[in-house]
Design a protein around this ligand. Structure first.
Ligand code: ADP
Ligand code: DP6
Ligand code: CO
Length: 329
């Protein structure tokens, strides 16, 4: 009745932005990401008839009742599959800043889905586990797998065809993702609220949806051909399009800070100098810079030298779900 799992975060190159069903976490569009080796969550789940409610200790702290509510809603999905009503104690450690645009919800819910389903001895396939993790946070569906991963939006209304699959594993193509930290504090608009507001109010949202299939096709061709230039160009343009939809929302919002611009401009400047790099940005001010491993050291130094940059963390494609026999937390 107890299990421990580790899941890594992921960075989307084609972004998930908007839900068609917010209860089932069904997305408006398919998305594609790289699982990252550096950032991860470890979660232990224990089910026992002794517990009178669910609890979560995250990074050593008891969380708010609202957070417990989210965990209970999620664990109810797992309990339904297992046919049990037993409560759980969840202990989790984020080796990633929480709610700051580093995708802690992806590693957090992927680890929770894996540990909870294993603790209840559910023998879920990768696909089933992905669909389960999706119902905690959409991006978590992709963190079940390592390497380059696509989350198919699916067509069904019950969500059974909305899950992620691996395109190539973490050994198959080494691309560097520099995580350029300008601000590690919590964001003011969560991904969840930001995408909902955009779907509901932004006149630019239809334009976003209209180009997704083309972006996906192009980036999958790039992955197949190991074409870094095509990968980077499509990823950067896709991220800019996502952020553009927010400027049309009512009320409008923007995750960027002046330091975000500093990093974006530096990337463009490097390209002009013949050093190939591309950026992508999630729902937060921090920037992820894509480059080839042979250039990572020199590019890292360029960003570390910017006064508004606090840290640069070098990431590479990382693994999918791992089960641990001992708790190190
Ligand atoms: P981000 O994914 O960029 O960190 P989000 O706003 O998408 O930010 O999600 C943050 C939320 O994810 C947290 O407020 C919390 O509800 C949930 N979360 C983060 N880490 C964990 C974890 N280890 N276990 C369970 N839930 C988590
Ligand atoms: C901009 O998965 O955090 O990072 O499903 O509401 O939990 P919920 O949102 P979340 O959204 C991620 C949005 C994004 C793009 C992406 O990761 O694809
Ligand atoms: Co998130």
């Amino acid at each position: 009745m107890e299990a421990i799992a580790r899941a890594h975060t992921n960075i989307a190159l084609i972004k998930y932005w908007g839900k068609r069903d917010s209860k089932l976490f069904l997305p408006m569009n398919s998305s594609l990401s790289i699982t990252l080796d550096h950032f991860y969550t470890e979660t232990k789940v224990q089910f026992s008839d002794q517990f009178e409610k669910d609890s979560l200790v995250l990074d050593g702290n008891q969380v708010s009742d609202q957070e417990i509510g989210k965990i209970t809603t999620f664990l109810n999905h797992v309990r339904n599959i297992a046919g049990t009503k037993t409560f759980a104690t969840v202990t989790s450690v984020n080796h990633v800043p929480t709610a700051a645009g580093f995708a802690s919800s992806a590693s957090g819910y992927a680890a929770l889905a894996a540990a909870a389903s294993k603790a209840l001895q559910l023998d879920l396939s990768g696909t089933e586990l992905s669909a389960l993790a999706r119902q905690g946070s959409g991006s978590a569906s992709r963190s079940i797998f390592g390497g380059f991963v696509e989350w198919q939006k699916g067509e069904k209304t019950d969500g059974t065809d909305s899950f992620a699959t691996q395109i190539i594993d973490e050994q198959a193509w080494d691309v560097t993702v520099l995580s350029v930290v300008v601000e590690a504090g919590p964001k003011s608009v969560s991904s969840r609220d930001g995408m909902q507001r955009t779907v509901d109010t932004s006149p630019f949202y239809d334009g976003w949806l209209a180009t997704i299939e083309e972006d996906l096709k192009g980036i999958k061709e790039a992955i197949k051909a190991r074409d870094f230039t095509q990968l980077g160009e499509i990823a950067e343009a896709n991220a800019l399009k996502m952020h553009a939809t927010m400027l049309g929302a009512k009320p409008p919002f923007l995750y960027w800070q002046s330091a975000t611009f500093d990093v974006m401009q530096k990337v463009m400047e490097l390209r002009q100098q013949g050093i190939e790099a591309y950026f992508t940005i999630d729902a937060g001010p921090n920037v992820k810079v894509l480059c080839e491993p042979k250039n990572e050291q020199i590019i890292k130094e360029k960003f570390a030298a910017l006064p508004s940059v606090r840290d640069v963390i070098v990431c590479h494609p990382g693994p999918g779900i791992e089960y641990l026999s001992e708790w190190n937390g």
